[in-house]
Each structure stands twice: as C-alpha cells, then as structure tokens.
Design a protein around this ligand. Sequence first.
Ligand code: ZN
Length: 274
Amino acid sequence: MGELQVEKHVKYILAVEKRKDDFESVVMEHLRLNGAYWGLTTLDILGKLDAVDQDEVISWVMQCQHEDDIAGLQNEDGSFSGDMWGEVDTRFSYIAICSLALMRQLDKIDVGNAVKYIVSCKNVDGGFGCTPGAESHAGQIFCCVGALAITGSLHHVDKDLLGWWLCERQVKSGGLNGRPEKLPDVCYSWWVLSSLILIDRVHWIDKEKLAKFILDCQDKERGGISDRPDDAVDVFHTYFGVAGLSLLEYPGLKPIDPAYALPVSVVSKVILGK
Ligand code: ZN
C-alpha cells in the first residue's frame, strides 16, 4: 500500500495555493475560501503549517468578511438558509452551529429549535437527509450528527441503526461510498468515518483496508490524493484523505476532531482556551 507521501502532498498544496491567476483559479473563485480551509487544515494535520505565510492568509480571509451575521439566517422552523437567497439544507445547520460554537456564540440562535429541525430530517433507516423526507446521504449524516454532537444532542440518534447503515458503506476495495450502489470515494472516508466515531461504532468497519484504499489514491510522484485510485488529484480529496487517515490514527498525523473537522489542538485552543 505504500507510505503517506507527506513532503509531496505539502509541495502539491503549496503549488495550488500559489496558482492564483490561472484559468482554474478564476473559475473556482467562489470556492477559494473552502480551498484555503482544505489546504491549511491538511498542512496542519501534517505538522507543516509553518510552510505558509500566516499573516498573509489572515489578512486575505479578513477581506472576505461581510457585515451580516450567521444568526440572521435561522428560520422560524429552526432550519438555516445558506445565504440571503434562502436555500435551506442541513449542511447550513451544521455550518451555523459549528461556526457559532467556535466563536462561543451559540446563545445568538435558538439551539433547541435548530436541533428539532435536524431531528425532523431523520429517516427510518437511521440516516439523515438535507430536508425532512429527503433520502439519507453520508455527507448529510455527518452534518446532522456533527451538529447534534456539538450541541450535546446525540441521544436523538439511533446509534445501532445508523451504525449499520454507515458500516454498509464499505465496499470490497476497503473504500467507502456515500449511498447504496455508489462507487467508493476518498471524501467519504471523512463523512462516514467521523459519523461512526461520533456514535461510537467505528469498530464496525475494517480500518486497515480503508487506510490502504486512501493510500492507494495518492499521486506518488507529484503529490495530492484523488477520489479513487488513478483519478486526477485535487485539494478537496487531499484534505479528506489526510483527515481520514488522521481519524484512523495513522502514525505522525495530528489528531482531528470528528465533530468540528479541525485539528483537536485548534478546537481546544479556540473553545476551551487551552
Ligand atoms: Zn469525493
């Protein structure tokens, strides 16, 4: 299966970060903050955050801040809209709850109502969808279980039922898919694995085989990780691959928090002030 190519992945991420003016960067402009999060968090997990100019990153991130606030996007039923255009989805519930918890400002929203809305998106298979009645999907399950974990509401999850649905996402190659009959994909190493950890059912999958699948998705020459072996690499899958390996306790990686999707050291510093 080979080792994790730490130095090559660092080089790959730094090269993507510098490529600000080419065609792909312009087209992907709206995703650039996400790209910064994926790239910086990967570097931190790899213990290489000092490879970037932190002052430059901070001043660039600060330029992206608007006057409006997260709490204003909560709707009467407890759900959250993504922006002023009003699309509602449990992804936005997670982002709102996670961000406000990191800023220690959960008191700015109606947490009880937010939890009630997430619970209304629970399905008979134990999973969660993007809105009430919508099909269960591993990405959405992470958002809902993560938000319930942050708000201390995991008692709303049927852990055995959801645990079964999640562990059935592992296919023969060791990789995980997001829904029944779909191909395995490295990014689900995060969505499925973090959810299994949060509900204490991670021992229901073959962790060694999953680690092998992730390592097989590396570009061993130029760095980066792809969605599945031999596909083109990107920062998104590089982050979720490394984060997945961190959850699997791969040697030398910083531990990542399964609910906040940030290194444990960052979460304790920001939330607990340690
Ligand atoms: Zn993917």
